[in-house]
Design a protein around this ligand. Sequence first.
Ligand code: PLP
Length: 378
Amino acid sequence: MPDIIPIAKPYLTEEEALAAQKAILSGWVTQGPRVEEFENDFANYTGATYAVAVSSCTAALHLALLVNGVGPGDEVICPSLSFIATANAIGYTGAKPIFAEIDTNTLNLNPSQIEKHITIRTRAILVVHQIGLPAEIEVLSNICRKHNLALVEDAACAAGSKYNGKLIGSHSDLVCFSFHPRKVITTGDGGMITTSNPDYYTRLKRLRQHGMSIDDRERHGSNKIIKEEYLEKGFNYRMTDIQAAVGISQLKKLDWLVAERRKIAQQYREALSDISTIKLPHENEKCVSNYQSFSIYIKNNCPLTRDEIMQRLLSDGITTRPGIMSAHRERAYNTENATYSLPVTEDYSDRSFLIPLYVPMEKEEIERVILGLKNILS
Ligand SMILES: *Cc1c(COP(=O)(O)O)cnc(C)c1O
């Protein structure tokens, strides 16, 4: 059996380890000065006015919906073709996810399929930038404006991706990122919300910390006794200073990581684009992907099934993963009275798979993946 090529690897070095060590030895390990520094760096990077660090993107999505007033009885339109956390975050607020169809070019919400789902109960659209491919934010935000709906972006996979020449995080008022190790930069676990709305900023900071009127740093730095108040029911969604120390280091590498990932993706594209049995991810000038993942769709003319292809690749030592899941078919959402018609989503989910892409990826590894695919598919 040849060496196994993994599906993904986080890019973590001695630098991140030393940053974490410094944070630990500083005596301040929970949300503190390093979290604030990471937030400032992240806001500067994306071009948003503010950034609020939290414990995960799932927490970020939950808070972003809450500050929009989403609650019980409301409906939020989102794709089913996403990691289940997208739908779950809507559920946490008491609202109901309404699954809409995707466009197979962008793998994201198809703007032309949104309006049929809008009812009197619709409060927001939760758009996902799946595997780093930017969604049609402009078109979707026009729909939101027209129907007076909030727009929340699930940019879990999309740190460093661009839409219309601007980084994801700078287009709308609630953009949620993930730093899970499967994303392009990581803090172990962690999340961030970017916003340019000062009211959202204040409320997000309060909600992540038990609804408390002041934060620990203010109290710690004060020479007067400060008694905090609890202004509303909040959560413990804080990021630690240890995580933030790692994040500060990781963020400095983001542009380079995206450039490296795009080089690998380009090699895949050049080598695979003339195979007639598959369809590769779509990219145009408007949408620049960070290639958090590289997805391959198996067309109907392919004599092999997706699972057969994945099994053969694994025998060659090449790890793959089944395509992006579809939440509406999971037991958590596929309840007795649920009726969904999402044929495009189901087809894409069932006929696609992800191939290895990480930094650094050796030339020999890239070639093995390409050769493996070519041998099986041509
Ligand atoms: C990873 C992911 C999430 C969840 O992020 P966490 O930081 O693990 O909570 C949400 N949405 C999408 C699209 C994801 O890929």
